[in-house]
Design a protein around this ligand. Structure first.
Ligand code: AMP
Length: 186
């Protein structure tokens, strides 16, 4: 069975997780967040968690091979569903290529890009207060985003790219998301 996937792209603090949570409840899709999966591994002290902990705290990316196999496992475990939102994956070109190589198993229905200016992002992250939300780590995560993840927008230029203004209130962003994404799921 082909899994219909929606990719959420955007810098840290853009609201991908919050909006993915709401949208997956609304459309009964699976919500796959590689950040959440990694933090679960850290929490339960698995081998992956132990090697990922320091990387998460530094704001760098966990190596592609580890994230890719973790994601594949999660995709394999998907029950029959109407699809899933990928929140925080892919984050590098090799990760995107690994998804492409699953062509016969998945279909990328849309790629949603959340745009938010830097001041708002920093403010949000500092308020969120996750252990990797300190100023030093935030700075590193922005650098990594610019260098590794931002090029994915170009990579997906021939897909259904949707731009969302993520700077507004949660409800406003969700309304815009529904308006622009719903048509691709009908
Ligand atoms: P997030 O919850 O999406 O902000 O991710 C938190 C942290 O988990 C990131 O700063 C990375 O260290 C790691 N991470 C999450 N997703 C990925 C990914 N696709 N590739 C590499 N590292 C990731």
């Amino acid at each position: 069975m082909t899994q219909r996937l929606i990719i959420f792209l955007g810098p840290p603090g853009a609201g991908k997780g919050t909006q993915a949570e709401r949208y997956t409840e609304y459309k009964l899709l699976a919500h796959i967040s590689t950040g959440v999966l990694l933090r679960d591994h850290v929490e339960s002290r698995t081998e992956l968690g132990l090697s990922a902990k320091e990387i998460l705290d530094s704001g760098d990316l966990v190596p592609d091979n580890l994230v890719i196999s973790m994601l594949q496992e999660r995709l394999d475990a998907l029950e029959e569903s109407d699809g899933a939102i990928l929140d925080g994956f892919p984050r590098t070109i090799p990760q995107a290529q690994s998804l492409d190589s699953l062509k016969n198993k998945i279909e990328i229905v849309a790629v949603v890009v959340f745009e938010v200016n830097k001041e708002v992002l920093i403010q949000r992250m500092l308020e969120r207060g996750r252990s990797d939300d300190n100023e030093e780590t935030i700075k590193q995560r922005f650098e990594v985003y610019k260098k590794e993840t931002d090029p994915l927008i170009k990579f997906y230029k021939d897909n259904n790219l949707i731009y969302i203004n993520g700077a507004g209130k949660e409800e406003e962003v969700f309304n815009e998301l529904r308006k622009k994404l719903d048509p691709f799921l009908e």
